[in-house]
Write a protein that binds this ligand. Structure first.
Ligand SMILES: [Zn+2]
Length: 171
């Protein structure tokens, strides 16, 4: 008697969503750091995405994107960029209580506060950030999530995912 055919084993949901965050990151116009975020509803039927970028009403002026120094210039990119997490939150336009956030990079304190305030239940990030221009206080951010009851953990992308990783080689 022939063996009954089996279905392919489904990929782990969290890893799939994190890979999606990296795909979304590839849409960022930031010449150095592309960050992607995916928000998923508790029943996994609704998704909102975001990447780091200027507000949609602001033109992507090349000089602004490449300017890291506010002094003397009209704008630096830091004056104008909204982080991926914030753009995913804005894009959702709904109550985010209990939702899960997947983000390619460790959130900053400002985003962490907003994540908490939105009632988001869990946060997964793939990469750490070591930045001079945007210092990250890992201890405070972890503690903020802890006292707020928000799950927070690293979900590193394994080697097989690098093929879709637009950030490879860029730091
Ligand atoms: Zn942030």
């Amino acid at each position: 008697m022939a063996e009954r055919p089996t279905l392919p084993k489904p990929q782990d949901w969290d890893h799939v969503m994190m890979r999606m965050a990296f795909v979304i990151a590839s849409m960022s116009k930031d010449p150095t750091t592309r960050v992607g975020a995916v928000l998923v509803s508790p029943d996994r039927t609704r998704i909102s995405v975001g990447y780091n970028g200027f507000p949609r009403q602001v033109p992507d002026v090349v000089d602004w994107w490449h300017n890291r120094d506010s002094d003397g210039a009209e704008f630096s990119k830091y004056d104008l960029v909204r982080h991926a997490e914030m753009n995913a939150i804005t894009q959702a336009k709904t109550d985010l209580a209990g939702w899960t956030l997947y983000v390619t990079h460790h959130p900053c304190m400002e985003c962490a506060k907003n994540i908490v305030a939105e009632g988001i239940a869990r946060v997964f990030y793939a990469r750490d950030i070591r930045s001079i221009t945007m210092p990250i206080d890992h201890r405070k951010i972890s503690r903020l999530f802890e006292i707020s009851g928000v799950g927070f953990e690293q979900l590193a992308i394994d080697a097989s995912d690098r093929a879709i990783d637009p950030l490879q080689g860029i730091q």
